[in-house]
Design a protein around this ligand. Structure first.
Ligand SMILES: C[S@@+](CC[C@H](N)C(=O)[O-])C[C@H]1O[C@@H](n2cnc3c(N)ncnc32)[C@H](O)[C@@H]1O
Length: 450
């Protein structure tokens, strides 16, 4: 269904090889690496990231006391996949747990601790690959195939973390290669997904839809149902405010090839709190029909973010300036107006500050081609929006797109996609809220009529 192609500006990307129906799963794959966040060491399984409130009783590692498991099967699996929680990782975790964190220390904050945890796994994986272990060789090769060359930032962090890693891994001083560590950090930054913890109100998340996060890795890369590549990790304070925290980060090989657009055409779903062998798999569903040869895009940040926030995020976290059709449109017309409740409104042109809603093109042309607003089908006509290389989006098209694909639940802002091919019921990839076509059309009458 998908093939890898090279784009002159975006690098590798995934493209459809046939017509894909809205709601079809375009990609589903198991993880290359999962790492539980340090703050979640007692709350998320170190093997599968399952939230321990979802199981009868978690098992804490009696040796390091820095990792927990959702059951004996995961504990054994982690111990026998040595790079997950073998003896070396366990000892390294134990030593890391004893290192104090603070301004003047090598470990400045929780993000450093998460980065150190990721690096312990990656360096142990490399050591196993050097010893010739087949699975480790394959995973190492995949890890190194991910995009990402270190910048000054990662080199500084790597220099700071080096003594901590050497202490944790029982390595001689200056034996850990700073450039190699910085490269691993950059690859994680650009490619990992932050996996959200279940909502605080529902600490019984056995069947709760998991958070799609592509995002934000330990360094603040992705998160949410947006590619890992994404959200900054939440602070304790934000978590207390009822926001969902990150339980950990995840790397997926093929999913890491999906580029960003601010009006994506696939949404990421995960199911970390469900039972079964595929609970750690990530799943991307087409949000609408995709003709053959279409590049598959996810969003590296929530669709509700404004133009400036999205631009800053793409630049600061991923190192590129987004030139997608939505950015072109919002750069030209100004940002989408937002209600106090975060609901989407119309657009303000730059010279319309404080002024009217600008729903249609100035000359009335370029009206959105959204089948369904009149005709009853919820499908936004993707062709009407054109390929990413086409000009700016029509403002009304974008307004309808956001109304349709941003979850209407206050403060969720997840992405909606059809539950399955040919199904008009849409489901939020973050909170699981569902909305029928009829409900959408009813909701649409309000803002459109105003
Ligand atoms: C998760 S990777 C995506 C796959 C990547 N293109 C590759 O070749 O492996 C993220 C990186 O892809 C590139 N990228 C993704 N979306 C882009 C976009 N809309 N414009 C320019 N570069 C983009 C950036 O370099 C970003 O750091």
């Amino acid at each position: 269904m998908l093939e890898v192609r090279q784009h002159p500006a975006r690098g590798r990307g995934l493209y459809t090889t046939r017509h894909v129906q809205g709601g079809e799963v375009v990609l589903q794959e198991g993880p290359l690496m999962l790492v539980a966040a340090h703050t979640m060491k007692d709350a998320a399984c170190a093997m599968c990231l399952r939230h321990l409130a979802a199981v009868a009783g978690g098992i804490q590692c009696p040796q390091c006391q820095q990792a927990s498991f959702c059951g004996s099967a995961c504990k054994q699996a982690a111990e026998s996949s040595h790079w997950v929680h073998g003896l070396d990782v366990c000892r390294a975790y134990q030593k890391l747990g004893a290192v104090s964190v603070g301004e003047q220390q090598a470990l400045q904050d929780e993000q450093d601790l998460d980065a150190a945890r990721f690096l312990i796994h990656a360096l142990c994986l490399k050591a196993l690959a050097v010893q010739g272990q087949a699975d480790a060789i394959q995973r190492c090769t995949s890890l190194l195939s991910l995009v990402g060359d270190p910048t000054e930032v990662e080199l500084r962090v790597a220099t700071r973390l080096r003594p901590v890693l050497e202490h944790a891994l029982n390595a001689v001083p200056n034996s850990v290669d700073v450039t190699e560590v910085a490269t691993l950090l950059r690859k994680e930054q650009l490619n990992s997904y932050g996996i959200l913890a279940p909502p605080p109100s529902t600490s019984q998340p056995s069947s709760a839809p998991a958070a799609p996060a592509l995002a934000s890795a330990s360094l603040g890369a992705q998160g949410g149902d947006v590619q890992g590549a994404g959200y900054a990790p939440m602070t304790e304070e934000e978590a207390e405010d009822g926001e969902r925290r990150l339980r950990g980060s995840a790397l997926y090989v093929q999913a890491s090839l999906i580029n960003h657009e601010c009006n994506p055409n696939v949404a990421r779903f995960d199911a970390f709190d469900q039972q079964g062998p595929t609970s750690t798999h990530v799943c991307f569903k087409a949000m609408h029909d995709l003709p053959p040869g279409t590049e598959v895009f996810q969003s590296y940040c929530p669709l509700s973010w404004d133009h400036e926030e999205r631009q800053a995020h793409c630049k600061d976290v991923y190192g590129f300036a987004c030139t997608c059709q939505r950015c072109q449109m919002e750069g030209r017309h100004g940002d989408r107006m937002q209600g106090d409740d975060g609901s989407s409104g119309g657009w303000m042109t730059d010279d319309e500050e404080g002024g009217r809603e600008a729903g249609m093109g100035e000359d009335g042309e370029g009206a959105p081609s959204i089948s369904g607003v009149d005709g009853g089908s919820m499908a936004v006509d993707a062709d009407a929006a054109g390929a990413s290389e086409a000009g700016p989006l029509d403002p009304t098209y974008l307004q309808l797109y956001l109304l349709k694909y941003v979850c209407p639940i206050p403060s969720c802002f997840g992405t909606m996609a059809p539950v399955g091919p040919g199904v008009s019921l849409h489901e939020c990839a973050v909170c699981g809220h569902t909305r029928s076509e009829e409900q959408f059309l009813q909701e649409l009458e309000g803002p459109i009529a105003e």
